[in-house]
Design a protein around this ligand. Structure first.
Ligand SMILES: Cc1cc2nc3c(=O)[nH]c(=O)nc-3n(C[C@H](O)[C@H](O)[C@H](O)COP(=O)(O)O)c2cc1C
Length: 403
């Protein structure tokens, strides 16, 4: 049996949009295949003005896909199949126009539709005139995409096809291939599985009423996105939220604390890190009424029983994952968090005060004090996605120090 190559088993969908650097995509496809990847190519109409689908077909070994609204193409490998097939999408070159359309969620041509429909990581290699790159519209679009977990490789600085000099050159094909091969570029959690819980739970009182809390899931979803960007395979066990699933994340929806417990037990066996951001109900009604409880003038007493402590159970597993808890407190935040870290034998805890204005439950911002046995870092108030990125940096450092 031949030795496996660095990209053996990988399914890379190369998207080509309409820029002069499209001629380099031929070399890119060859390079990816040389490293063992299976490659399929999607070209925009603009791209076909610069290089022919026939060239890319010959180099990839597959028919090149070019049109969205084509019954014949849809019957073969349509946009959803392509989106599901790929484990990585690399758009090279990514034109200013394509970047703008992706940032604004257009799906009126095949390449953009596939990028929207996939849950695989999307990587862009921008290439354009240096003024187009520097334009605030392009810069804002790129920032939006970065926030959504889309990675940008380049552009590089240098001489351009138009004769100008500056940032806008596409990374060379071999640099792009190296980026897909190198563990560092694929992220410090490459090869690791991480389970995140997020959101509130709902504990049924009767068929129409439940007990819940103010958690929106925003912090947990931001953590899941940051972990995926760090290269981990991420499973997000989520209570009810209105949030979209972050790019590259597998999501399991649950409602009650009991369902969250079950779902976590099913996935935690082979995971390397467990981050519990969910606001799991501590108590649930002893029995949910089968029929709607009728209103009356008498006082109503609900009998509650404790739910299972998912975090403590995961932390107590022999050979268990690196475990990070969250502590949302309204007073003595740090003291309670430290006590929880010790009591549940966690590797780390992130404490936040939920009483502060603009912070905590349902807010877009948060501030955290991250505590472990012999260390502590304060992360000042900022938006939850920046905060999640900073938290993941600490988690990754502590995880690698322990393993
Ligand atoms: C000769 C020529 C070269 C071009 N090179 C680039 C380029 O390098 N980058 C870019 O963003 N746009 C470039 N453009 C403009 C794009 O082709 C144009 O915005 C097109 O609509 C892109 O379509 P697409 O993103 O759907 O592929 C170029 C246009 C021409 C005529």
């Amino acid at each position: 049996m031949p030795a496996s190559l660095p990209l053996t088993g990988r399914r890379v969908l190369v998207g080509i949009s309409g820029g002069i650097a499209a001629y380099k995509s031929a070399e890119l496809v060859r390079g990816l295949r040389r490293q063992g990847a299976e490659v399929r190519v999607v070209m925009s109409a603009g791209a076909q003005q610069f290089i022919t689908p026939l060239t890319l077909q010959a180099l990839s070994g597959h028919r090149v896909c070019t049109t969205l609204l084509d019954p014949e193409a849809e019957a073969a490998m349509g946009h959803i199949e392509l989106a599901r097939w790929a484990d990585t999408l690399l758009v090279a070159p990514a034109s200013a126009n394509f970047i703008a359309r992706l940032a604004h969620g257009f799906a009126d041509e095949l390449l953009a539709a596939v990028c929207l429909a996939t849950d695989a990581p999307v990587i862009l290699a921008p290439a354009m005139n240096q003024q187009m790159w520097a334009n605030p519209a392009t810069q804002d679009n790129c920032e939006l995409l970065r926030q959504r977990n889309i990675r940008l490789l380049g552009p590089a600085e240098g001489e351009q096809a138009c004769g100008e000099v500056g940032y806008g050159r596409m990374w060379e094909p071999d640099q792009l291939v190296d980026a897909l091969v190198s563990p560092q570029e694929r992220g410090p959690l490459q090869g690791r599985t991480l389970v995140v819980t997020a959101g509130p739970t709902r504990e049924a009182i009767d068929p129409v009423r439940y007990l819940t809390n103010r958690s929106s899931g925003k912090m947990g979803y931001a953590v899941a996105a940051a972990a995926a960007r760090a290269g981990a395979k991420v499973v997000l066990v989520s209570g009810p939220t209105i949030l979209p699933t972050p790019q590259g994340v597998q999501r399991i929806d649950v409602e009650s604390a009991h369902q969250m417990h079950q779902a976590v037990l099913e996935v935690v066996d082979h995971c390397d890190l467990f981050i519990a951001t969910a606001a799991v109900a501590d108590y649930r009604p002893v029995a949910a009424a089968e029929q709607k409880i009728k209103k009356s003038d008498a006082a109503l007493t609900l009998a509650l029983e404790p739910t299972k402590d998912i975090l403590a159970e995961v932390a107590a597993r022999p050979e268990g994952p690196f475990t990070v808890g969250f502590a949302a407190e309204t007073e003595d935040v740090e003291a309670y968090a430290r006590a929880k870290l010790e009591r549940k034998a966690l590797d780390m805890i992130a404490a936040n005060g939920v009483g502060q204005v603009g912070c905590g439950f349902d807010a877009d911002c948060n501030a955290l004090t991250v505590i472990w046995r012999d260390g502590r870092v304060v992360l000042p108030q900022t938006d939850k996605s920046s905060l999640a990125r900073q938290l993941m940096d600490i988690v990754i450092e502590r995880y690698h120090a322990k393993n």
